[in-house]
Design a protein around this ligand. Structure first.
Ligand SMILES: [Zn+2]
Length: 235
């Protein structure tokens, strides 16, 4: 009798330990997932980008970000079409290799990949090396950027600052480099300090070492990363 009971007891205890372990880890998993979300970047192939018409110069480092607006209409329906026309203008009227910006954010907060991040941009005269160009699609001298766009912008900036160790003070508006331009428009420019403050708060709250960056493109360090929710209640 004793010989049968002992293994049975051992089995029951083992099963109980296993069950509590599974419950514990599944709870952890739920908590973790609840506190995460993804940044999704629409790749250039997905918006129908033309191939670059020349070889890019490579960024020897990445140390700053410039915020722009595209100064195009605010009433567009098809963001991809507008981005294609900007690319065409940059390539065939301005004579650049590709669209000048690295990222474009539309009015729905969707983020589009411009030229690859490792390539030197064409968005700020004399300061392109190491400087990432992020443009909000529309004219923010005429309209205020909406909440979705600002949240997407803050997410993107948070990710870029963490990934490339870019200091917050190196996030600037185009007109900080070139006072003659209105870019990124007065309504976006007046938000810059608030945007930078929120990005800084996010970086402090996040645990950058634990973030999982997934590289799923040969040409860009996009696309998916998981970050904890951001404090964007102010918008
Ligand atoms: Zn600009």
């Amino acid at each position: 009798m004793r010989n049968i009971r002992t293994p049975l007891l051992t089995l029951i205890i083992s099963l109980l330990i296993l069950a509590s372990y599974l419950i514990y880890t599944s709870k952890l998993d739920k908590v973790e997932k609840k506190n995460e979300f993804e940044i999704e970047i629409i790749k250039s192939e997905e918006w129908g980008a033309l191939k670059p018409k020349c070889t890019y110069d490579k960024n020897p480092y990445i140390s700053a970000i410039i915020i722009h607006h595209t100064a195009t209409s605010n009433t567009y329906e098809d963001a991809k079409q507008v981005i294609r026309s900007i690319q065409s203008y940059h390539m065939y009227t301005r004579g650049w290799c590709d669209i000048g910006y690295h990222f474009i954010i539309d009015k729905d907060g969707k983020i589009y990949e411009g030229r690859p991040i490792w390539a030197v941009g064409a968005h700020v005269k004399g300061h392109n090396i190491g400087n990432i160009g992020v443009a909000l699609l529309g004219n923010y001298d005429e309209a205020k950027p909406n909440e979705k766009q600002l949240k997407a912008l803050i997410n993107l900036l948070t990710w870029l600052c963490i990934k490339y160790n870019i200091p917050i003070e190196n996030i600037k508006g185009h007109k900080d480099y070139n006072p003659a331009t209105k870019c990124p428009g007065k309504y976006l420019y007046e938000k810059l300090d608030e945007i930078k403050k929120l990005v800084e708060e996010n970086i402090k709250r996040l645990e950058p070492n634990k973030l999982n960056f997934t590289i799923n493109s040969q040409n860009s360090p996009n696309i998916i990363t998981k970050l904890k929710p951001l404090n964007t209640n102010n918008f």
